[in-house]
Design a protein around this ligand. Structure first.
Ligand code: ADP
Ligand code: MG
Length: 261
């Protein structure tokens, strides 16, 4: 399967709000969030803990409905769980009793598709993330970084339009995180997916993003939207450049002004 074949979505949020009702009253998780994402764009969303980032992602995934406003994927309003999605969470959620290969193919099985038809894509993806030779291993034989690579392959094996990532590298040590940043950047430039990547690391947001959307504390709203003008693929030397430092400073200044830092 050609992992690039037309598989990228445009996403549009207009005036999206989300309020949770609880016994202790209403929690305004998101207010007036509008965002237009071009097909193939990698958008980093950075914001303090509790500002509604995961909420935003679950609304885009169609796992929950906005209290007001609209979300469109490919021009279609999201009204329930969206089919053509890949999701990666902070926890890799691999099944211990399945091999690496079978964990990747789980995505296909759960969708009622034929595992056989996707085996070559699964192999291709695993090799792309540096897991050649590990296809038959079990999750317990892998490091945290390798496990998260398997989770990324599982999210991509059905060639979704849109990849949603919710702090996927938050539980990794700094070195594994750096390597995964470089690899994810390469994979996304090769597959040209539309990606929404949530993080609370400013450096990670800038390193990966075509664009960094900065959110305020709860209730979350977009306080800045910054284009990161640097070609892909990027390597770690980008992080040592004055341009990179400039972007990081811009985001940090916004957080300081918002009273977050
Ligand atoms: P983030 O991912 O940015 O840390 P979340 O989106 O998880 O933030 O949460 C935003 C706010 O909404 C938090 O105050 C959280 O407690 C609240 N919240 C999230 N999900 C629910 C829910 N299902 N019911 C009630 N409150 C929720
Ligand atoms: Mg979260």
């Amino acid at each position: 399967m050609d992992l690039q074949a037309g598989a990228r979505a445009a996403v549009e949020l207009s005036a999206v709000q989300k309020t949770f009702l609880s016994a202790r009253g209403a929690i305004h998780a998101l207010t007036q969030t509008s965002l237009a994402i071009r097909p193939g764009q990698f958008v980093s969303i950075v914001g303090p803990s509790g500002c509604g980032k995961s909420t935003l992602l679950s609304l885009i995934a169609g796992l929950d409905a906005p209290s007001a406003g609209k979300i469109l994927i490919e021009g279609q309003e999201v009204r329930g769980p969206h089919e053509s999605l890949g999701v990666v969470f902070q926890r890799d959620l691999l099944l211990d009793w399945r091999t690496v290969m079978d964990n990747v193919l789980l995505q296909v099985e759960m969708r009622g598709l034929l595992p056989k038809a996707h085996a070559s894509t699964a192999r291709e993806l695993l090799d792309m993330v540096g897991l050649q030779g590990f296809h038959g291993r079990y999750p317990r034989e892998l490091s945290g970084g390798m496990r998260q690579r398997v989770a990324i392959c599982r999210a991509l094996v059905h060639n979704p339009l849109l990849l949603l990532m919710d702090e996927p590298f938050g539980a990794l040590d700094a070195m594994s995180r750096d390597r995964l940043n470089v690899d994810l950047n390469r994979i996304c430039s090769e597959t040209k997916k539309t990606v929404i990547f949530i993080t609370h690391s400013i450096a990670e947001a800038v390193f990966l993003g075509d664009r960094v959307v900065v959110m305020s504390s709860r209730p979350g709203r977009v306080v800045a939207d910054i284009d990161i003008e640097a070609p892909h693929p990027r390597d770690l030397s980008f992080r040592e450049s004055p341009e990179f430092a400039g972007y990081v400073r811009r985001v940090r200044t916004i957080f300081e002004a918002e009273g977050v830092l």
